[in-house]
Ligand binder design. Structure first.
Ligand SMILES: NC(=O)c1ccc[n+]([C@@H]2O[C@H](COP(=O)([O-])OP(=O)(O)OC[C@H]3O[C@@H](n4cnc5c(N)ncnc54)[C@H](OP(=O)(O)O)[C@@H]3O)[C@@H](O)[C@H]2O)c1
Length: 343
């Protein structure tokens, strides 16, 4: 790998800004912070460390915070709300509705009905302790409700001043088009990383044609690209990556995938950065209209991830990374059950 056109990762004193969307543009820090794992899915979090991580993010200029009502469920929004109390100005707060859950965590299905959209938004505002949400996403498309009806209800929230901008998550190109015709969509949030590149085929061209930004979730491949996971034993007993819901972390697939991560680590070592930083820099290099939201519940990881924003990869670096992790080399589907994905 060449070091030409490359600077080493460092913590920028002021994080660069990027703008999501051109029809309804929203300017955010070039990296966001995914808050999901602070409350659920990736092992047991420590509330104090989580809140400190959010405060440190704001201090470092990472002001684009991502949560959802279903994380916890409900506890992640409350945690984020507590963390940003008294610091709301300058924060771009994103949350999501649509994966309906009961208080005890039971999954009730995907709900895109207008009356539910209205109730979910009010409940999120209460839990977050804010008077508006900056970016409100439909978390999963409800295939039983025309997207026009769901987005129509979301647009009413904008008119009411409860929400500033609209987003979708895991929506197909056709759904994106239909939604955008009802009200401008600012961003699509979907999985994108060196390990998950199918978005490049149809979705990214559609977004660019329509003037919609992309917010890649799981830009670290749910942590595997950092090199910090060597076996399932590195994950807490209650970590959902141990379950069949995440095939890439199981058995032989995990072995194949860890061999790919080892190649990323070699390239990172050559550059004097970490594999996670290189993986994030790769996502950042895919376009100014792309704002990844790496997730962490720890200050140390956050600081490392912010360092990726100072990395500039040249064409040779990108080619070396793409040769190290060929698109079809990753083993296992990204979800065990893909039925909730709109395609
Ligand atoms: N729209 C959707 O359907 C959807 C789906 C999934 C996620 N999301 C959003 O996207 C955000 C990010 O995605 P994600 O959290 O799934 O995956 P990710 O960002 O690819 O990876 C998160 C995992 O990587 C670990 N990690 C982060 N930085 C690290 C570092 N520097 N060194 C070692 N390990 C590191 C974290 O560990 P710790 O937890 O121990 O800090 C966590 O286990 C979420 O927080 C959530 O807000 C949205």
């Amino acid at each position: 790998m060449t070091n030409e056109n490359t600077t080493h990762g460092s913590t920028p004193s002021e994080l660069a800004a990027r703008t999501l969307g051109t029809v309804a543009p929203l300017t955010v820090s070039c990296l966001g912070l995914g808050c999901m794992g602070m409350s659920e899915f990736y092992g047991t979090g420590d509330e104090k460390e989580a809140v400190t991580t959010i405060h440190r993010a704001i201090e470092l200029g990472v002001t684009f915070l991502d949560t959802a009502d279903m994380y916890g469920p409900f506890t992640n929004e409350k945690l984020v709300g507590r963390a940003i109390a008294g610091r709301r100005d300058g924060i771009v707060l994103a949350t999501k509705f649509g994966n309906e859950r009961a208080e005890d965590g039971t999954r009730l299905g995907i709900n895109g009905r207008p009356e539910y959209v209205r109730a979910a938004a009010d409940a999120s505002l209460r839990r977050l302790g804010v008077d508006h949400i900056d970016l409100y996403y439909q978390h999963r498309v409800d295939k039983t409700v025309p997207i026009e009806e769901t987005v129509g209800a979301m647009a009413e929230l904008v008119t009411a001043g409860k929400v500033r901008y609209l987003g979708l998550s895991e929506a197909s190109p056709e759904t994106i088009r239909r939604a955008h015709a009802v009200h401008p969509i600012t961003a699509l949030q979907t999985e994108y990383s060196l390990f998950t590149r199918d978005v490049e085929d149809e979705i990214l061209p559609t977004l660019r044609e329509l003037g919609i930004g992309l917010v890649p979730y799981s830009p670290l491949g749910r942590g595997i690209l950092t090199g910090a996971i060597a076996s399932p034993d590195d994950l807490d007993a209650d970590d959902s990556r141990r379950s069949a819901y995440f095939p890439r972390f199981q058995g032989e697939a995990l072995e194949v995938n860890l061999a790919l991560v080892a190649r990323v680590r070699d390239l990172a070592t050559d550059k004097g950065v970490t594999p996670g930083q290189l993986a994030l820099a790769w996502v950042l290099a895919q376009g100014e209209d792309i704002v990844p939201i790496p997730g962490t519940k720890r200050v140390r990881y956050l600081e490392e991830n912010v360092g990726a924003a100072g990395l500039r990869l040249g064409a040779a670096d990108l080619a070396a990374l793409e040769a190290a992790v060929p698109r079809d080399a990753v083993a296992g589907a990204r979800y065990g059950d893909m039925s909730t994905i709109d395609s």
